[in-house]
Write a protein that binds this ligand. Structure first.
Ligand code: HEM
Length: 413
């Protein structure tokens, strides 16, 4: 019999939850698979089957709140966005059909196999450079040296952003994570809003520069569609896509790569299995996505009254789908708390969503983590976690990975 469907005690910003959400997720899943949290004004959904059903029913569950700030914006922040010219509308992850269908169709073309195959050797060369530099030291932070710079390089190269702007863009993106998924104070909100408006205007300027001077990149592919038919993709929509991808394409993958390295080194036998047999690496990436994903929660809102598991919810009910919980659901995965790179059904995880919003960057994210693991297992099989380090995580509801990941290798430790 499920417990009370209201749970004021669930706090995704609590230190213990941020450090290790999994025991909390297991406890709530057993007690109340779907429950309302008044402080967040959200229904939290924990079971694999319920989340899969929600992703599959786009009529009842709208994606339009996916990028909204979790907490209402203070007046000062709203004003800063308006004054700064921030005009980001819904384009993909926060957009519903039919508009979503049209924009996504063009994006799928721009994420073509050709573009990805052109990108792969560049990512591999960059990864090799970063890993080589990092391994020259015996002790290093793999986030600073590898997992932070590599995904930014990949997505900004795909989009066509000039490398000189990387640090500025990364800083805007970090703020955007706090803005939409964190709990910033009103003063912090207002400060971040100024940066977000600059970030938006940067994307507008970039799109207009590319319109005047097309190059061989993802943005120019979109602009070619626009030139042929301005209604098929408007300039605002293209700017929205670039604004969205420049965020989605790296925070997620930075965290997944860090989680992968951490979990494999914590399970030494699994790390050694990969060193001995690199053909296990692709399966290991899926197991990390199931066991310790980097997007732990995603949002939907109901368009009409409906039922989630045992509970009834009304229209306009906001939902927080615990993807991290779904990967550890014993009703879907046998021995879910065991990390096993040979698990045959790991790829059934919901870490990239399901259905019409299935993550467009999944092949890129998989490619990048695979490249990193291939390099590290080949060049540094003696790699270890620096013992007794305490991992810290950014305080937000969705994006999870350690802020630092200290590793060591070599003869003198
Ligand atoms: C480990 C890395 C990643 C994870 C865990 C992840 C996860 C997700 C999730 C959960 C969704 C939402 C699915 C839904 O609403 O049903 C999503 C959507 C999306 N992701 Fe990713 N993502 C990752 C990497 C990337 C990368 C590298 C890119 C871009 C290069 C990207 C681009 C997108 C886009 C554009 C969408 C929206 C698609 C749509 O609404 O049609 N993601 N991703």
């Amino acid at each position: 019999m499920p417990g009370c469907p209201v749970a004021s005690s669930f706090d995704p910003f609590a230190a213990g939850y941020l450090a290790d959400p999994y025991p909390h997720l297991a406890a709530v899943r057993d007690r109340t698979p779907a429950f309302y949290v008044p402080e967040l004004d959200m229904w939290v959904v924990t079971r694999y089957a319920d989340i899969e059903a929600i992703f599959s029913d786009v009529e009842t569950f709208s994606a339009r709140i996916a990028q909204d700030p979790v907490f209402p914006l203070a007046e000062q922040a709203r004003a800063a966005l308006v004054e700064g010219g921030f005009r980001a509308g819904a384009t993909m992850s926060n957009c519903d059909p039919p508009k979503h269908t049209r924009i996504r169709r063009h994006n799928m073309r721009a994420f073509s196999a050709r573009r990805i195959s052109v990108l792969e050797p560049k990512v591999a060369a960059k990864a090799e450079e970063l890993v080589g530099r990092m391994l020259a030291a015996e002790r290093f932070d793999a986030v600073a040296g590898l997992t932070y710079p590599l995904p930014a390089y990949m997505i900004f190269t795909l989009i066509g952003f000039p490398p000189r702007d990387t640090e500025m863009l990364k800083s805007w993106c970090g703020n955007r994570m706090a803005f939409s998924w964190g709990r910033p104070s009103p003063a912090e909100q207002a400060e971040i809003a100024v940066g977000m408006a600059r970030y938006w205007r940067y994307c507008e300027q970039f799109v207009s520069d590319r319109l005047a001077d097309p190059q061989d990149d993802f943005t120019s592919d979109h602009l070619a569609v626009h030139r042929a038919d301005p209604e098929a993709l408007t300039l605002d929509e293209i700017t929205g896509v670039i604004y969205g991808l420049s965020f989605a394409g790296h925070e997620t993958t930075t965290n997944l790569t860090s989680n992968a390295i951490r979990r494999l080194l914590e399970h030494r036998d699994q790390w050694e299995a990969l060193c001995a047999d690199p053909s296990l690496i692709s399966g290991a990436v899926e197991e990390v996505l199931r066991y310790d994903t980097s997007v732990v929660a995603w949002r939907r809102v109901t368009t009409r009254p409906t039922r989630i598991g045992e509970v009834e919810v009304g229209a306009e009910a906001k939902l927080m789908l615990l993807l991290a919980g779904s990967g550890r659901d014993p009703a879907r995965f046998a021995a879910p708390d065991t990390f096993d790179v040979r698990r045959v059904d790991a790829a059934r995880h919901l870490a990239f969503g399901r259905g019409i919003h299935f993550c467009l960057g999944a092949p890129l994210a998989r490619m990048e983590v695979r490249i990193v693991l291939e390099l590290l297992t080949r060049l540094a099989p003696d790699l270890e976690l620096v013992p007794d380090q305490v991992f810290t995580f950014p305080p937000n509801i969705s994006f999870r990975g350690p802020q630092q990941l200290w590793l060591q290798h070599g003869p003198r430790r």
